[in-house]
Design a protein around this ligand. Structure first.
Ligand code: NAP
Length: 329
């Protein structure tokens, strides 16, 4: 089959499109003929040699895909050849075919076109597991989403609004903030010109954020703790601003607040805290709203996989809103 290849760690130009061995369908797995994959920030780090795939995962890029099941392995029940699906992957999505543990499959939601469904697994699973399963966001609470116009951010805003929360976002331009407002965000903070702590406090009458979904890490840690309400929960899922910073435990104690951080890719396929557990929760809790159209995939553009370099350069320039899809070819 053909897949996106990496000639050596480096910039987007190291990405090519060439022949690689076909995936092998192991027990408990299916093979999916890929309709589309989507670009994630983690792919940029893997391309640079800074984020190696976990043990046993494909070394081809790609953390999610949509497509049609073409092979069903031993011990798989509930899925058949010809089923239209999307899937959370540990790797391998930037290819014509990929092997997927059956627990990481989701049916293509009714009403969502097959390729577009590739925009859903990573963002729904990340947001659901962190904002709802871990931080327990409730109706009436305030959620602050950093990077509100990102793939993750656009899903976080939609799921929080649907849950009856008030949503604040940060983003780097008026256009991006306007898009977040269309999705239902109420408090819009341009992080290039405004201080999110002051803006969120003012907009909430001094209350602050009950939950913060953070993608910046070290550079925002002190201000994220500062913006938390009493009983607040800060969940870190990205480290675009570094991994190491001082944490004021006194401030956390006074607020009875918590800080946690997770990654989806490193989770086991099955068992407690696994990808399969999260995928099952997303199918149960999020899929009905995707099928009703009240939660939708946000796609900036589609490109062929042979132009993956362009897609990576686009994410690096951060001029996109939502997800960038790659289709085989
Ligand atoms: N832990 C996990 O399991 C997990 C899973 C998926 C994704 N993630 C992380 O989630 C983040 C978003 O991922 P994605 O794939 O959706 O990437 P993406 O679409 O490229 O989003 C990155 C976002 O960061 C924003 N940003 C940059 N500097 C910022 C700042 N100082 N303050 C606020 N926002 C800032 C960018 O917007 P502006 O340029 O407008 O600021 C952009 O929207 C990434 O950090 C990724 O690694 C984590």
């Amino acid at each position: 089959m053909r897949a996106v290849t990496i000639s050596e760690p480096g910039g987007p130009e190291v990405l090519g499109w060439g022949e690689v061995p076909d995936p092998v369908c192991g027990p408990g797995e299916v093979v999916v003929d890929v309709a589309a994959t989507a670009v994630n920030r983690a792919d940029l780090m893997q391309r640079q040699g800074k984020y190696p795939p976990p043990p046993g995962a494909s070394d081809v890029l790609g953390l999610e895909c949509s497509g049609v099941i073409s092979e069903v392995g031993a011990e798989v029940t509930g899925w058949a050849v010809g089923d239209e699906v999307c899937a959370l992957l540990s790797g391998g999505g930037y290819a014509e075919r990929v092997a997927v543990p059956a627990g990481q499959l989701l049916p293509r939601p009714a009403g969502v076109e097959l390729a577009t469904a590739a925009a859903l697994p990573e963002v729904t699973c990340t947001v659901w597991s962190n904002v709802f399963m871990l931080a327990g966001l409730r109706a009436g609470e305030v959620l602050l989403v950093h990077g509100g116009s990102s793939g993750i951010g656009t899903m976080a805003v939609q799921l929080a609004v649907r849950a009856g929360a008030r949503v604040a976002v940060t983003a780097g331009s008026p256009d991006k903030l306007a898009f977040c407002r269309e999705l239902g965000a109420e408090v819009l903070v341009d992080h290039t010109t405004q201080d999110f702590v002051a803006e969120v406090r003012t907009a909430t009458g001094g209350h602050g954020a009950d939950v913060v979904l953070d993608i910046i890490g070290a550079a925002y840690l002190a201000r994220n703790v500062d913006v938390l309400a009493t009983g607040g929960r800060l969940v870190g899922i990205g480290t675009q601003g570094g991994t190491r910073a001082e944490l004021d435990l006194g401030a956390l104690m006074r607020k009875r607040a918590s800080v946690s951080a997770t990654t989806l890719r490193g989770r086991p396929a099955t068992g407690p805290g696994s990808k399969a557990e999260i995928v099952a929760a997303v199918r149960r809790e999020v899929w009905p709203d995707v099928e009703r159209g009240t939660v939708r995939p946000i796609v900036d553009r589609r490109l062929p996989m042979s132009r993956a370099a362009e897609a990576h350069a686009l994410l690096e320039s951060s001029t996109h809103i939502g997800k960038v899809l790659l289709l085989p070819g």
